[in-house]
Design a binder for this molecule. Structure first.
Ligand SMILES: [Fe+2]
Length: 136
């Protein structure tokens, strides 16, 4: 499978799954059992419970730009690898990769006039894939 197609397919699936992950815990488990302990969120940190505050991306929107920050320490052994942004319809918007000596902060201009839901991921080299969603 072409890498771009794989990423688009995977992120579109994650975006769809995020709707289920935002649900109440009992309903969440019933809706997304295949993603529990694979995709982590504030409400479903799985086996990484207690690590949400360091990994869930914090997103602000101003003047058509998503500003993403992960409040995670950065060291050579443990760091945030990337931020990825996918629009509501599954369109890949952008990705920012980090080296361990970078600050895990990124900016992602939205398409002009965009209104809708955006899925943002933050990937840790030790604690995997954390996801949040915002509505613009
Ligand atoms: Fe981590």
């Amino acid at each position: 499978m072409e890498r771009r197609h794989f990423v688009r397919t995977t992120l579109a699936g994650a975006a769809s799954a995020a709707v289920g992950l935002a649900a109440a815990p009992a309903a969440r488990a019933a809706q997304t059992p295949a993603l529990h302990n694979i995709v982590f969120t504030e409400n479903d940190p799985g086996h990484f419970a207690g690590l949400q505050k360091l990994h869930v991306p914090i997103v602000k929107v101003a003047n058509g730009v998503l500003k993403v920050r992960t409040p995670h320490p950065m060291s050579e052994a443990h760091y945030i690898v990337s931020h990825t942004v996918v629009l509501e319809d599954g369109r890949f918007l952008s990705r920012k990769t980090f080296n361990w000596h970078d600050k895990p902060i990124s900016e992602h201009p939205l398409p002009a006039g965009f209104k809708g839901t955006v899925t943002i991921t933050s990937t840790c080299n030790l604690h995997d894939w954390w996801l949040t969603r915002v509505t613009v």
